[in-house]
Ligand binder design. Structure first.
Ligand SMILES: Nc1ncnc2c1ncn2[C@@H]1O[C@H](COP(=O)(O)OP(=O)(O)O)[C@@H](O)[C@H]1O
Ligand SMILES: [Mg+2]
Length: 356
């Protein structure tokens, strides 16, 4: 669902404003420290009540205020968020909602910035998050199973930590295994889907990189999860947490059979990260009538010009609304001739730039 209009009050260093966006491409430029990333952050929060920067939304409240307000008008709904020191209120079409996921499922949003590269170089959590973003938006059964799993895991871990009522561990094992079966199946299936897209549609972007993706369950697969939990029970009691399960899953990404981290150059890793991002954007947008929002922070600083133009052309085949920040006012070659809107950010003041 494209974001038509955004209103901000007391958000970071940005002056209170209302902005009308282009349904396709929005370019944002301004000097370092002017507020470009803050604008992208406000859009991200408007879509899913979470930032990509800090876990604590309270940090986004302007130093001069004690709460921020964000209102977004999408094509067929309105979202409103108000965050104070203690409270976060989320409204959709004027009605209060209690779960962040109710807002998040309406418009998928994805950020591309320096941190995105941790998908390849960071711990398994980054790869799980990458895959789960896609599952959350395309698979009905994902979210409830994830919530059920998380609840069961927390209960089991609490028993292990407190070392009390340990006879209940067996009871929670079943509640861990049931949703895990679904989650594990979905993660495996989507790893295959992504791998297939890389080969069939994104080979040109990958060039000579021969990439394979493999889902690796977070337990000994020769045992199965239930048996694995039972066999490792004493170890879990000693360590105080559950050592096996989908919370320990990984995606193994290889180039010619070797871990990409060990064999690809920094430039290739960046290119591969982008290609993987494009693959999930393709999957998510193919399941949805309305556009997905892609935020690209400082693209020029991250990749070379050649990658940039290949990437823009790959993105143009996906139903996206994009917001792209840059220090300079220059229009990327691949965008010339297309319709877009441009905004200039200066000391927290955001102004649309008119072309005559
Ligand atoms: N809660 C806040 N209140 C006021 N100013 C803030 C707050 N958080 C960050 N800032 C300031 O906002 C400015 C803009 O930051 P940022 O959006 O990262 O700029 P850019 O991406 O254009 O380089 C920074 O100078 C930062 O110090
Ligand atoms: Mg920035």
């Amino acid at each position: 669902m494209s974001l038509c209009q955004l209103s901000l009050t007391d958000f970071r260093n940005l002056q209170s404003t209302t902005l009308d966006f282009h349904p396709g491409i929005n370019l944002i430029y301004g000097e370092n420290g002017s507020g470009k990333t803050s604008l992208l952050e406000a859009i991200h929060i408007c879509c899913q009540a979470q930032s990509f920067r800090q876990h604590h939304l309270v940090k986004c409240i302007s130093h001069e205020s004690n709460r921020f307000l964000i209102f977004g008008k999408y094509e067929n709904y309105k979202a409103g968020l108000s965050k104070s020191d203690k409270r976060l209120d989320i409204r959709v079409n004027g009605e209060s909602i209690s779960r962040q996921s109710e807002l998040a499922r309406l418009t998928p949003v994805k950020i591309f910035n320096t941190d995105t590269f941790e998908l390849l170089t960071g711990p398994p959590e980054f790869r799980r998050r990458y895959l789960d973003w896609c599952l959350f938006h395309v698979e009905q059964s994902y979210n409830q199973n994830w919530l059920n799993f998380r609840h069961a895991l927390r209960q089991r871990n609490k028993l292990l930590k407190d070392r009390r009522d340990l006879h209940l561990l067996e009871y929670w094992d079943d509640f861990i295994v049931e949703p895990s079966t679904v989650l594990s199946y979905l993660r495996g299936k989507y790893c295959e889907n992504i791998a297939a897209i890389l080969v069939a549609e994104l080979g040109e972007l990958l060039g000579e990189m021969d990439i394979s993706l493999e889902y690796q369950p977070g337990w000994n697969i020769s045992q199965g999860l239930l048996e694995s939990l039972q066999v490792n029970r004493q170890r879990d009691i000693r360590s105080g947490y559950t050592g096996q399960g989908v919370h320990r899953d990984n995606i193994i990404i290889l180039s010619q059979g070797r871990p990409v981290k060990d064999v690809l150059s920094r430039g290739q890793l960046k290119r591969l990260t982008l290609v993987l991002l494009i693959a999930v954007l393709k999957i998510v947008s193919s399941y949805r009538k309305n556009p997905t929002i892609l935020l690209i922070d400082d693209l020029k600083a991250e990749i070379d010009e050649m990658s940039e133009s290949i990437i823009y052309s790959a993105l143009s085949s996906i139903n996206l609304q994009t917001f792209i920040t840059n220090i300079s006012q220059g229009i990327p070659a691949a965008i010339k001739g297309k319709e877009f809107k441009m905004f200039h950010v200066e000391h927290g003041m955001i102004k649309p730039r008119k072309f005559s």
